[in-house]
Design a protein around this ligand. Structure first.
Ligand SMILES: [Zn+2]
Length: 323
């Protein structure tokens, strides 16, 4: 049995369509379409992050995640779904301050999600922790950092900067990053998904991120040798040498329309062959209509991933957890 690990999976991007329908009905929230499959299709279509459409999709999922019961249920179901996909270890991320609209405190949000994960593990097994995201367009990252540090004992193992990249470089949140780096919480930062290489540089050199969310634009800091890439900047060399894990999400990158990357030219496996610490992840299972096993299938089908390379990807992920 393979040991399968997921490092980059958003709780608010991986809900079941059925659950959304049920919770929305209870809350009298109007949905853009009726029926499970139509709703799945709606989430999958037109999610360009350049036009911020992807964030509109999150607006809907987040609107039904505003009470303890719903948060617990969604975390519980995430564990069930990941276990069904044969995942044994995972770090699920969410932005706690986006779930306060109905009066929950940040602490209550974290407790609800932790409880859901813990109940899920009791029933389905596995080892699932959480990562708290600060939204990079806001000014409350220090509060999220404190919340993460405070909740290490109930399964929070990481801190992340999420949200629209452009115009919001990681070092805007340098204080929160420093605080995290002085604690036992791991620092990962979305960088080089939509925005260019300089955002990766900023995340790694200035903020000292221990992992990079997406990060595939690192190819801008490399020479393309045909079959491999070789680092040609201080940052890409640093990432290569120190084996900073790249949390690569193929389907999500292709689907988000934030760049011209396609299944045929996605550099995930080529970066792996070049000695970078590549890991595969689903990002948003609902919006990208994917699963982790599907991501591995895509790498085999479109990038000729070999069995040895698959084992390497699995090992990379297993060895890159914050827990
Ligand atoms: Zn992400």
């Amino acid at each position: 049995m393979k040991d399968i690990t997921v490092l980059h999976d958003h709780l608010d991007g991986g809900l079941r369509a059925n659950t959304i329908i049920e919770l929305a009905n209870n809350l009298n929230i109007e949905l853009p379409t009726k029926g499970e499959h139509q709703l799945e299709k709606w989430f999958f279509e037109n999610i360009s992050s350049q036009k911020n459409q992807v964030f509109n999709k999150f607006e809907l999922t987040i609107s039904i995640m505003q009470d303890s019961e719903s948060l617990q249920r969604i975390a519980f179901e995430a564990v069930e779904d990941l276990r069904r996909d044969n995942i044994s270890t995972g770090e699920l991320r969410y932005a706690p301050l986006q779930h306060l609209r109905k009066g929950l405190t940040p602490q209550e949000v974290v407790e609800a999600v932790s409880m859901g994960l813990s109940n899920g593990m009791k029933k389905f097994g596995g080892n699932f922790k959480s990562i708290l995201c600060a939204m990079r367009q806001n000014n409350d990252s220090l509060q999220v950092a404190d919340l993460a540090i405070k909740n290490y004992s109930i399964g929070v193992v990481g801190f992340d900067l999420a949200g629209p990249e452009f115009g919001h470089p990681p070092s805007k949140h340098i204080e929160a990053c420093q605080k995290i780096n002085d604690s036992n919480i791991g620092l990962t930062i979305h960088a080089g998904e939509a925005a260019e290489f300089s955002y990766i540089e900023d995340a790694v050199l200035n903020c000292k991120a221990k992992r990079i969310g997406h990060g595939w634009q690192i190819i801008e800091g490399c020479n393309d040798n045909g079959d491999t890439f070789s680092p040609n900047t201080e940052t890409s060399e640093y990432i290569h040498e120190n084996q900073i894990p790249l949390e690569i999400c193929i389907s999500s990158n292709v689907k988000s329309g934030a760049s011209n990357v396609s299944l045929d030219n996605h550099p995930a496996v080529k970066l792996l062959r070049s000695g970078f610490n590549v890991t595969l992840n689903p990002d948003n299972r609902l919006m990208a209509s994917t699963t982790l096993s599907r991501e591995y299938e895509i790498a085999k089908q479109f990038m000729s991933l070999t069995e040895d390379e698959e084992s390497k990807l699995l090992d990379n992920a297993k060895n890159s957890t914050f827990a």
